[in-house]
Design a protein around this ligand. Structure first.
Ligand SMILES: CC(C)(COP(=O)(O)OP(=O)(O)OC[C@H]1O[C@@H](n2cnc3c(N)ncnc32)[C@H](O)[C@@H]1OP(=O)(O)O)[C@@H](O)C(=O)NCCC(=O)NCCS
Length: 187
């Protein structure tokens, strides 16, 4: 999770990007919508909209000790970041936010509903967002992650991300601050 984050205490400060909300782009994945817990979910990806924010915020608040505020999500939408949700049926199960510009892309948030984890949702949503970045012509994706977030670090490493730096005291933490690891993937 990165610069737009309540985790970092910052608000988005990037240039407006094109499109996130308007070109309704959908990608279906195969598999039954009533799949048992150990099988992949049937996911639909679409741009995040204002009306999604109550569900997004509910997931955000379950997922993070220092969640983003509604204002941060609204800023991301207003700035034209690439904000997507993944749905199963009409249920929102995950979301991801990407900014693209100046030759690189930056993953600002990636979050899966706690009831739908360990079923490949994050891996697939991230692959979807990486395709967005590649098709925008950038050649790398960077992100920040807490060193204590072993699940996310495992996910990123399994996709080929490498550690390229560290931001000191980047995140709020109980009793102080926590550094961020900066991970990058060259396409
Ligand atoms: C991190 C997160 C996005 C993973 O979502 P997910 O849908 O459960 O992940 P996937 O099922 O796609 O897992 C992909 C890989 O990630 C790693 N992983 C995911 N959860 C893990 C866990 N709890 N422990 C260890 N590794 C884990 C594994 O390598 C996994 O591959 P495997 O299942 O083949 O072993 C999810 O736990 C989450 O939303 N966490 C809270 C928000 C957050 O921390 N976001 C990242 C901010 S940088």
């Amino acid at each position: 999770m990165s610069a737009a984050s309540g985790e970092s205490g910052d608000t988005p400060a990037r240039d407006p990007q094109k499109d996130a909300g308007e070109d309704v782009e959908r990608a279906r994945e195969s598999g039954p919508s009533t799949a048992p817990a150990n099988t992949p979910l049937a996911l639909l990806y679409r741009p995040m909209r204002d009306v999604d924010l109550p569900q997004v915020l509910a997931i955000e608040e379950m997922a993070y000790e220092f969640p983003w505020t509604e204002g941060i999500f609204r800023d991301c939408l207003r700035m034209g970041y690439h904000c997507y949700v993944a749905e199963q049926g009409r249920r929102l199960v995950a979301y991801g936010i990407l900014s693209i510009g100046a030759g690189e892309s930056h993953l600002l948030n990636l979050c899966v509903h706690p009831h739908h984890r360990r079923r490949g949702v994050a891996r697939k949503l991230l692959a979807f967002l990486m395709d967005k970045a590649r098709s925008a012509g950038v050649d790398s994706l960077i992100l920040e992650v807490r060193p204590s977030n072993t699940a996310a670090i495992q996910l990123y490493r399994s996709l080929g991300f490498n550690e390229v730096g560290r931001r000191r005291d980047y995140y709020p933490a109980r009793g102080g601050r926590e550094d961020a690891l900066i991970l990058a993937l060259e396409f």
